[in-house]
Design a protein around this ligand. Structure first.
Ligand code: ADP
Ligand code: ZN
Length: 719
């Protein structure tokens, strides 16, 4: 037997299948999709079996060394999916497979994460053996049971256990136990409103179609998802539901656990590697029917999928930011086709591209224009900070401070958003004017007061705050700009009685913290939840009646053609956290750009007019959804080489691509990260037959070049 093996080494020179012979005694266990160990040069590597055949074009093949695990870890569907991904993202096939698996199932990691076992004992025989009291007691435990846990026996006597084992009266048996456990079902799907039921009825579960569910915040999209999944389960099928990374997961998992109990598995970054490993194996062993998770859960090895749901579809977390740069929504559509099942994307503020497709009929548009139970959307007020400076305290307008006080006095809760973490965004010198920058990146360092450190939010570099300016040695450093830490400090000064909890990457990095904070806030242990965009999405707290946006302009000022769209979505999402139960909610947005259309229309909750206005601008500027975008990122340690090669690449593109607009090369938004210089070329096109071929040529040209990396990013989120 000969097999084709893809070795697990992400190397652009090695991304192909190598043939190996299989020794006769291993043949029976060889299957497509399992992993084997092979000799490779002087190393031993692991790899996936992709082909089984009788002949090879090569003679003199080496034999495989062994089999890593007998269970198939990539089934046929996922193997094919990897191949499409490779084509669509122009990345390595091996990286496409690796990204589908939890770390523990990738080469070299399996050793560090082990299966967990519980030890049990089984009764073997008791004939002709004289037992003492303790031993009798132990045997008693087996009266109506086959297996007894070790602990129960130890509670009686550990020496008797030893004796019984040595005489073969008892036999040890190990049973794997999973690290995650779920509660039994505790509640049902809520009785749907007529509007919700209409949506459920319009989704055809027996064939592929992509649906966009455009439902305002609080319209009860989650219950619609749950009902649809319940129907799918009753047909004997399975379901995947994706949520944006972190923010939504705990609440969503909790709600799904109530309705579906142990049928669910969760996959997201808050799990330990061991937990992910166990969850993943529960899935491929067919022990669960529903997978809830972040982006990579789209690869869940479920069979017989009956629906794929993507909540908050506008979130940019669905696109992976490094290679392979896949888009989970695109993968969902491929898998929806594979399983001939619907794909449902939901959002209160759909991505422009998605909504445009729905308007054209490529996706089916479903709408929930009202909140559940006749609640109205919260009233939004814009506070012009240009007029407020005189009356404001710190970064709070008088109105916002008064409203916070009122809300707390009413025994209700507040959410405050500031989309920037840390204490201040710059530290600069009043004497020489210098700003302290990261030594490895072209970006200023953020001051974190809690730890008294300066940190780079791009590479993680950290240093303590110096006493004097590093340039002029004067004691004249001051902090500028504002982050969540500073707002927390101001709150304790201006609203001293408020119980404030801050939620951002810095306070939630410890495992389980995120969920703890959400639970504590939900239990009303705090009055104010302050945080970055983490607090904006999806959370459902009935007592929140005031949402305040400290500064709506942070996201508007990002140099990105999507900044208006992102701002509108963020304001809409965070506003949606207010007034979700009986009481009317309010939203106060502080801004220096009160006339900006993204802010004006967010105030009116007017998605449609925002869509029309923004589409107009995109058309004029030739941006998506009118044009496709592809970003070539050219990087390397040597500035000169990067810049010269970027220009050469541009010329090559110009020679080959006749119907594409080519912009650049120009420095990326941050020209240097981790000591690597970065240039970008933007391609705008509607239809360009030679695109893939040309890009492949360029990648191949730089395959052996260690000085330059060319990264191709279709439909990029960052520049
Ligand atoms: P969305 O995701 O659209 O913002 P949610 O699904 O979080 O909205 O629902 C908003 C609130 O309404 C939640 O508290 C939810 O429990 C409640 N809800 C949703 N559907 C119903 C229903 N049919 N009956 C009663 N309450 C509902
Ligand atoms: Zn840095």
């Amino acid at each position: 037997m000969i097999i084709g093996v893809l070795v697990e080494l992400a190397n652009k020179k090695l991304d192909k299948i190598f043939d190996y012979k299989v020794p006769a005694y291993l043949e029976k266990d060889i299957k497509i999709g399992i992993r084997v160990e092979v000799p490779f040069g002087r190393q031993v590597l692991e790899g996936f079996v992709l082909e089984i055949k009788n002949k090879s074009e090569l003679s003199d093949l080496k034999e495989i060394i062994g089999i890593v695990d007998k269970e198939i870890i990539l089934n046929e569907e996922l193997l094919e999916l990897g191949k499409s991904m490779k084509k669509e993202t122009l990345s390595l096939l091996i990286s496409c497979y690796q990204v589908m698996l939890p770390k523990a199932l990738k080469a070299k990691n399996s050793a560090s994460v082990s299966k967990k076992y519980d030890i049990y004992y089984k009764l073997n025989f008791i004939d002709n053996i004289k037992l003492n009291d303790k031993q009798e007691q132990i045997i008693e435990l087996f009266k109506n049971r086959e297996l007894v846990p070790r602990k129960e026996i130890l509670d009686i006597s550990s020496s008797s256990l030893k004796t019984l084992l040595s005489k073969n009266v008892l036999i040890e048996e190990k049973k794997e136990h999973y690290r995650m456990s779920y509660h039994d079902k505790t509640s049902d799907v809520k009785t749907l409103t007529l509007e919700q039921q209409n949506i459920v009825d319009s989704v055809n579960l027996s064939k592929y179609d992509t649906y966009l569910l455009h439902g305002v915040t609080g319209s009860g999209k989650t219950e619609v998802y749950i009902k649809l999944i319940e129907k799918v389960i009753s047909l004997g099928k399975t379901a995947i539901i994706l949520v944006p990374e972190i923010s939504l997961t705990p609440q969503m998992v909790a709600r799904f656990e109530q309705v579906f109990g142990k049928k669910i598995a969760a996959l997201h970054s808050a799990l330990s590697e061991g937990e992910k490993y166990d969850e993943y194996r529960r899935i491929y062993r067919g022990e669960v029917s529903i997978v809830i998770g972040a982006r990579s859960a789209i690869f869940a090895p479920l069979s017989n999928i009956g629906i794929i749901i993507i909540d908050e579809e506008h979130s940019d977390s669905y696109k992976q930011d490094n290679n392979p740069r896949y888009d989970a929504k695109r993968i969902a559509i491929i898998r929806g086709n594979n399983h001939n099942c619907p794909v449902l994307m939901g959002s209160a503020t759909p991505l422009l591209d998605t909504y445009a497709r729905a308007c054209k009929g490529v996706y089916k548009l479903l709408e929930l224009p009202n909140r559940v139970n006749g609640n109205s959307l919260p009233e939004v007020e814009i506070i012009d900070m240009n007029n407020e400076i005189k009356y404001s305290k710190g970064h709070f307008s008088k109105k916002l401070l008064d409203s916070i006080n009122e809300t707390i006095a009413n025994n209700e809760q507040v959410i405050l958003l500031l989309n920037r973490r840390g204490y201040s965004s710059f530290v600069s010198c009043k004497n020489c004017g210098d700003t302290i920058k990261c030594p490895h990146c072209e970006i200023s360092l953020t001051y974190h007061k809690t730890s008294n450190t300066l940190r780079c939010h791009y590479c993680g570099y950290g240093t303590s705050l110096p006493k004097v300016c590093p340039s002029c040695k004067e004691e004249a450093l001051s902090t500028l700009g504002v982050g969540t830490e500073k707002i927390e400090e101001e709150l304790s000064k201006y609203v001293p009685n408020a119980r404030v909890i801050r939620m951002d990457i810095d306070t939630t990095s410890r495992k389980g913290m995120h969920k703890k904070m959400i639970d504590a806030f939900k239990n009303h242990e705090y009055d104010v939840l302050l945080g970055t965009q983490m607090v904006a999405k999806g959370l459902d707290f009935p007592l929140v009646t005031l949402v305040g946006v400290i500064n709506a302009d942070t996201s508007l000022s990002i140099p990105d053609f999507r900044s208006s769209e992102n701002t509108f979505a963020l304001l809409n999402q965070v506003s949606g956290r207010s007034g979700r139960s009986k009481k009317q909610g309010r939203v106060l947005i502080q801004t220096f750009n009160k006339d900006h259309y993204a802010i004006e229309l967010a105030k009116k909750h007017d998605y449609k007019n925002f869509y029309l206005k923004e589409m107009d601008i995109r058309k004029q500027l030739k941006y998506p959804p009118y044009y496709y975008l592809c970003y070539l990122r050219i990087s390397g340690k040597d500035y000169k080489i990067v810049s010269t090669e970027s220009n050469k690449i541009k010329k090559a593109l110009e020679r080959n691509l006749k119907s594409t607009i080519i912009l650049g090369p120009s420095p990326c938004a941050i020209i240097r990260i981790k000591d690597t210089f970065r240039f970008g070329i933007i391609l705008k096109y509607k239809k360009e037959d030679l695109l893939i071929e040309t890009l492949e040529k360029i990648i191949n040209h730089y395959r052996d070049n260690d000085k330059i990396t060319v990264d191709i990013d279709f439909n990029p989120n960052h520049f």
